[in-house]
Design a protein around this ligand. Structure first.
Ligand SMILES: [Zn+2]
Ligand SMILES: [Zn+2]
Length: 82
């Protein structure tokens, strides 16, 4: 069984804001508070193009990364580990 290292606090993702270079906060798993299917048109998500709709099969956990300084947001697909 695989678990997401971010959800389980095993790892932290270091991602920096493309707009202001501030470190992004991990706001948690997208599906916890957003409809994941509503988020596709966002430029960053499309760029990843790694089969968002199949997250369950591929053991990917989409996380919302958020910049507390300028409000920038992006979704990162985290590979779950076993
Ligand atoms: Zn997760
Ligand atoms: Zn920012």
């Amino acid at each position: 069984m695989s678990i997401c290292p971010l959800c389980n606090a095993l790892k932290q993702l270091e991602v920096y804001c493309p707009q202001c270079r501030f470190r992004l906060d991990d706001s948690g798993k997208v599906s916890d508070f957003l409809d994941p299917y509503g988020h596709y048109n966002d430029e960053e998500t499309v760029k990843m193009g790694d089969g968002y709709p199949t997250t369950a099969e591929e053991h990917i956990c989409p996380h919302l990364m958020f910049c507390p300084q300028c409000g920038y947001q992006e979704v990162r697909c985290i590979q779950e580990e076993s």
